[in-house]
Ligand binder design. Structure first.
Ligand SMILES: N[C@@H](CCC[C@H](N)C(=O)O)C(=O)O
Length: 280
């Protein structure tokens, strides 16, 4: 099965075209492909392009635990680069349908940089999209955190802190992701505001774990920083893997721009997709 691997600031994805398989990918296959010992290893699988009734292309996004995500900012930039590299697009701007909404993508510099209109940041995980930003106190193990829900199609819980560390994400991220108050689990960001145009985040991704960067997390964190009146509309988001630029308009429609790098074209042996772990 042919695949292409890319990373966006260290957030790595494997792109698989639907015609590489004679069936829909199973969750066990996705888990194996993403496994860093038994598979190729990645923070997720991008399955597409699929036909779309409303957009130029449709994309399905899978987490390494086999669950399906509504949206992925880095995933969308990577998929746009893949469309460019494989010459499936002949112009710079095109539309992509995801489970979490339709987006417009624009490639620059031969796809090495991509801009995606991520849609509106909403301060809820639910269907009431008119909600104002709302503080939530959450008790996790020995700690009390104050955070804010946000969604750009997929759910996020953003926690502003004074002292930011990767340990916070590693230690509390998995517990917050699985907390019963989040009906569909959540992505988690610890946020430090550096100035009115710069924030720094540490990320725990739903279904993936600690990642070096995340586009939807950057968008959600910038939306919360802006909603709290701590930042203006143009925000640089610093993460361990690098920087993403977010622009928000007055209605909180977000545009994200960042880098994409190709790692490899490859061919996965079908043997790896069999339940290899149970055979010895
Ligand atoms: N890395 C992504 C987010 C991927 C999806 C996420 N884990 C979820 O389940 O919502 C990004 O760059 O946005």
């Amino acid at each position: 099965m042919k695949f292409t691997k890319y990373h966006a600031l260290g957030n790595d994805y494997i792109v698989i075209a639907p015609n590489e398989l004679d069936h829909d990918m199973t969750s066990a296959e996705i888990k194996t492909i993403c496994d860093r010992h038994y598979g190729v290893g990645s923070d997720g699988v991008l399955y597409g392009p699929l036909p779309s009734a409303s957009c130029d292309f449709k994309l399905r996004i899978f987490n390494p635990d086999g669950s399906e995500a509504e949206k992925s900012g880095n995933g969308l930039r990577i998929f746009s680069r893949y469309l460019w590299d494989t010459k499936l697009v002949t112009h710079d701007t095109f539309s992509i349908e995801t489970k979490g909404g339709e987006v417009k993508a624009t490639v620059h510099a031969e796809g090495k940089r991509v801009t995606v209109d991520m849609g509106k940041v909403r301060y809820t995980h639910g269907s009431d999209h008119s909600l104002a930003i709302r503080k939530e106190t959450i008790q996790i193990a020995d700690q009390t955190f104050v955070g804010y829900r946000a969604s750009v199609g997929n759910p996020h819980f953003v926690i502003p802190v004074q002292q930011l560390s990767a340990d916070l994400a590693h230690q509390y991220g998995p517990l917050i992701e699985q907390d019963a108050r989040f009906e569909n689990r959540t992505n988690v960001q610890f946020l430090k505001v550096l100035d009115r145009h710069t924030i720094q985040i540490e990320i725990w991704e739903r279904g993936a774990g600690y990642t070096l960067a995340s586009g939807s997390s950057s968008t959600a964190a910038a939306g919360v920083a802006c909603g709290l009146g701590l930042c203006d509309e143009i925000i640089s988001v610093n993460m361990p893997g690098g920087e993403i630029k977010i622009s928000l308009d007055q209605d909180l429609f977000a545009t994200m721009q960042g880098a994409v790098c190709k790692i490899a074209n490859g061919e996965l042996a079908m043997e790896a997709l069999e339940d290899y772990r149970n055979t010895f």
